[in-house]
Design a protein around this ligand. Structure first.
Ligand code: UFG
Length: 344
């Protein structure tokens, strides 16, 4: 436990941000959300208040607006910042690269400037395993894996943001920053009050599965079953969003304890690869719902197989995923059923 230190959470009303807000509160921190709700539901705040039984502080601000953000930093004087706010849809980034570069880079630049100006102690940045691109000849990647070129403008923004952070840290060696490279976040809070809420048709596998099972979508297409994996479908490292949320709290706590400046990039995954076919089978077994799916062609740009080497997160963050694939699939399903029932 700690003494209620204040953590600014940009994008705190979003999928990963909202679960992190819960985890921060459970661990004695005081989160303050900064979000302009362009990709989040307003009802998330009420749901967070119901889960945590406390009032959630919120600033409706665009993180690219440096003046408005300066006012927030001045008013809140945060001890730490977790910077989630960014665009994240791979396909959309191919169609709208400029919007992705503008938003994802500008919001980080604003956060770094204010981090320095307001002498914030720690910063956690939302990165992605997409920075590894296609890991040639290797499917278990550790953080030393070379970062060359991502498959999408979205992925490139994460590579460039990590580079900006490195240059910033070089110029400010006392700064304390961690980039967390997420693998595939899935699942929802056990209360089923918050979860992933894709706007429009989902791109990601698990929301596609749950929306098909509930009848919002007709059929899931499995993108290829001719890969060189055990059952021919792609392999990913699916990490429960509540485990991922806990990793952010551990990252903040690690940075707080460091007396000198520090810059780290850390994989956040389970260390286990699961195929698309295995996800479908787990879903059907655990929920008893039979899924309407078909096998289609490969999706352009898909990596065949990738999962995290988790040694570094275990060593420096003392964090390890606790929840199972079954927990992920069942919580995602409960959330989908709750959306239908309550119409969030
Ligand atoms: N898949 C299907 N059918 C679908 C959707 C997905 O078969 O309708 C398959 C994909 O081909 C892939 C797997 O399910 O094999 C996972 O796909 P997702 O789109 O859920 O996730 P990705 O691994 O492609 O992408 C995720 C994040 C990105 C991030 C990337 C990093 O969504 O933000 O990991 O590798 F960039």
């Amino acid at each position: 436990m700690n003494s209620g230190k204040k953590i600014l959470v940009t994008g705190g009303a979003g999928y990963i941000g909202s679960h992190t807000v819960v985890s921060l509160i459970e661990n004695g921190y005081t989160p303050v959300i900064v979000d302009d709700f362009r990709n989040a539901q307003s009802s998330v705040i009420e749901q967070l208040e119901a889960i945590t039984n406390q009032k959630i502080k919120l600033h409706r601000v665009d993180c690219c607006d440096s003046q408005a953000m300066n006012t927030v930093f001045e008013a809140e004087k945060p001890n730490g910042v977790i910077h989630f706010a960014a665009y994240k849809a791979v396909n959309e980034s191919v169609e709208k690269p400029l919007e992705y570069y503008k938003n994802n880079l500008q919001s980080l630049l604003v956060v770094l400037e204010l981090y320095q100006k307001h002498k914030v102690q720690s910063l956690v940045f939302s990165s992605s395993c997409t920075v590894y691109g296609e890991p040639k000849g290797k499917i278990e990647v550790d953080e030393s894996f070379p970062i060359e070129k991502a498959f999408s403008p979205y992925g490139q923004t994460k590579i460039i943001c990590e580079q900006i952070i490195q240059d910033f840290h070089h110029s400010q060696p006392d700064s304390k920053i961690i980039s967390l490279r997420y693998f595939n976040p899935v699942g929802a809070h056990a209360s089923a009050l918050i979860g992933e809420y894709p706007i429009g048709k989902p791109n990601n596998l698990l929301p596609y599965i749950t929306q098909t099972a509930i009848g919002k979508l007709k059929q899931l297409t499995v993108f290829g079953n001719d890969y060189a994996t055990s059952d021919g479908t792609c392999v990913r490292d699916y990490i429960h969003v509540c485990d991922l949320a806990d990793a952010h709290v551990q990252a903040i706590s690690f940075l707080e304890k460091e007396t000198n400046g520090v810059l780290e990039a850390v994989n956040i995954g389970t260390g286990k690869g699961t195929s698309v076919q295995e996800i479908i089978e787990t879903f059907e077994t655990e929920t008893g719902v039979s899924l309407n799916y078909t096998i289609g062609p490969r999706r352009a740009g898909d990596v065949e197989a990738i999962y995290a080497n988790t040694s570094k997160s275990e060593k420096i963050l003392q964090w390890k995923a606790k929840r199972s694939l079954k927990d992920s699939v069942c919580s995602a399903w409960n959330w989908e059923k709750n959306i239908k029932k309550n119409g969030y």
